[in-house]
Design a binder for this molecule. Sequence first.
Ligand code: NAD
Ligand code: MG
Length: 385
Amino acid sequence: MKTVSILGATGSVGTSTLDIVERHPDLYRVAALTAANNVNALADAAVRTRASLAVVADDTRYAELKERLAGSDCRVASGPEGLREAAAGEADWVMAAIVGCAGLEPVMAAVSAGKTVALANKEALVTAGALMTDAASRSGGIILPVDSEHNAIFQCLGTRNCETVRRLVLTASGGPFRTWSAVAMADATPKQAVAHPNWSMGAKISIDSATMMNKGLELIEAHHLFGLPSDRIDVMVHPQSVIHSMVEFIDGSILAQMGSPDMRIPIAHTLAYPARVESGAERLDLIRFGQLTFEEPDEARFPALRLAREALEAGGNAAIVLNAANEVAVAAFLAGRISFGEIAKMAEEALASRPNTSPASIEDVIAIDAVARRQAQTNLEGAAA
Ligand code: NAD
Ligand code: MG
């Protein structure tokens, strides 16, 4: 019996994780579940799975959660302390599915406590990559990639040494605007931008997929997970999202991982690893596709890809600043405050004007993130005035 905790249990990845866990009550027991503020969904899941701890990040919702869970055996906590307890507590396996840099501290708590961490929260690795992989090697913690591309690469690599790898190929669907002109894209609405052709995901990552910042963040994520430099990680647009990524070895062999575009497949892989369990995902019918196609990404229409590569190559605080400006810009776009075209512009401006510092600790990362967010907010308000 494996004991599991889910950080961000009410989100897209969190509910997919619960779905698999609940299919196998003989294999998995739930310890902690967390949410930002959706007390109803959190309490329902806690009761259903007989979780031992439910944590709401927003302290002002504590009393409400306590009331919803009165009479159950589930303990209630809130705020950063509660999130830390959920991350570093009794579970063997922790799903990190909070969105954004907000997940960084709980992820670090889980990694430092030596947990097996199934990592969906790419922003945590993008902002604190080396610090996190160092913490894992000190504590004996294991980071298993949930992001479908990185999970695909992890599966293709198996136990092989990275010295046998010529390059990694991250596949990208191209998002909802793959065939749109730059002019049409500049004024796309949030509704158009969240309508991903193949995947159903949370709002933030859906917008990142539309700008292709998601693939940019994944490039940085791949660097930290697999230790290859930027010039050995390529991006290829593959609109069908059948091949989730590939590894090219020095002998010329290319291994690819395929499956339906359903996050339950990579989640189940990390949950059962190194075994396998039934995930509930629809089986892939290649005959139905008939053809798989591949294209070069267009960095003129999708500048976010170039910006992320520049941030990776610059090192220091660049990825933190890029991520913070992007988080602020995506929230502003979703709130109707800026146009779609302005998202990448805000990220570019932040990268160009950043002070040159390097984080030596998680506290440094959090401080750099906070300053970059404030700067991006100030720029937004300046532009609106
Ligand atoms: P989502 O918005 O659907 O869910 C986010 C979860 O985090 C929710 O449970 C929410 O309550 C919680 N949360 C949000 N802000 C928080 C805060 N400040 N403090 C504590 N908890 C907070 O997001 P998602 O689509 O499930 O994505 C989660 C992460 O997984 C992201 O980093 C995303 O990039 C990554 N990811 C998602 C998918 C996908 O298919 N959805 C695929 C690959 C990677
Ligand atoms: Mg992905």
